[in-house]
Design a protein around this ligand. Sequence first.
Ligand SMILES: Nc1ncnc2c1ncn2[C@@H]1O[C@H](COP(=O)(O)OP(=O)(O)OP(=O)(O)O)[C@@H](O)[C@H]1O
Ligand SMILES: [Mg+2]
Length: 245
Amino acid sequence: MSNQNQQVVLQLNKINKIFNPNTPLANHVLHDISLQVSRGELVALVGTSGSGKSTLLNVMGLLDVSSSGELYIQDHLTQGLSEQQRTQLRSESIGFVFQFHHLINAFSALENVLMPLMLRYGKPSKEQTEYAKYLLNEVGLSKFIYKPTNKLSGGQQQRVAIARALVSRPALVLADEPTGNLDTQTADEVFNLFERFNIEHQCAIVIVTHDPRLSARCPRTIRLDDGRIVYDGASVDLPTNFQAT
Ligand SMILES: Nc1ncnc2c1ncn2[C@@H]1O[C@H](COP(=O)(O)OP(=O)(O)OP(=O)(O)O)[C@@H](O)[C@H]1O
Ligand SMILES: [Mg+2]
């Protein structure tokens, strides 16, 4: 069964995740998670530490496999895909931004942004290089294109990581506490970029954040408690007892 609605970028039907199943260490972390994310949505994923946010994001991003349930990326049902097919779908459709940006220090900002394309296609084309430069310009780093990323500030490095996540024009961007390491002002600036790319490129974005100021800026919030969705709706209507994380 394929998902006919092209506007749906991500769909989860009753996803469960159990770490170390059938052992004394079995840990049932995600319980019957069902949700849909459409093109152009900006979604905050919130919940207390250990509630399963990163586990859910890793399953959504095909970095980890669920124990049961169905996951669609655009119109592809991902259960039953080979590891190679999962990798291809991931590199075509999904961009990641993590709390720790995982940039390659010795490489320039431009090389880091081009890395996902180089891993896929080899030497980048002129058009790809131009687009990477355009993105670095968009995130305010035009002066630092050729600078090794370990010579950049934390906020600048995170902006390189955002440009890198966007370089393959993904339909879905998944960000796990992308501003968790940054001061308030830099966090706001980085969040502005997500907002802008969400509007300009209509990519769907799911952002994990502990910062209620930032989740309030996402039109929709999904809240997890102990691996269950306890709220999924407009951020403005989020009950106040769900706001503290
Ligand atoms: N590889 C693993 N093996 C076993 N248990 C795991 C593994 N990864 C995560 N867990 C457990 O799953 C639960 C959810 O962890 P997860 O990292 O998803 O939480 P989180 O909501 O992202 O928390 P935080 O806000 O602290 O990042 C925790 O109880 C954690 O110990
Ligand atoms: Mg986490």
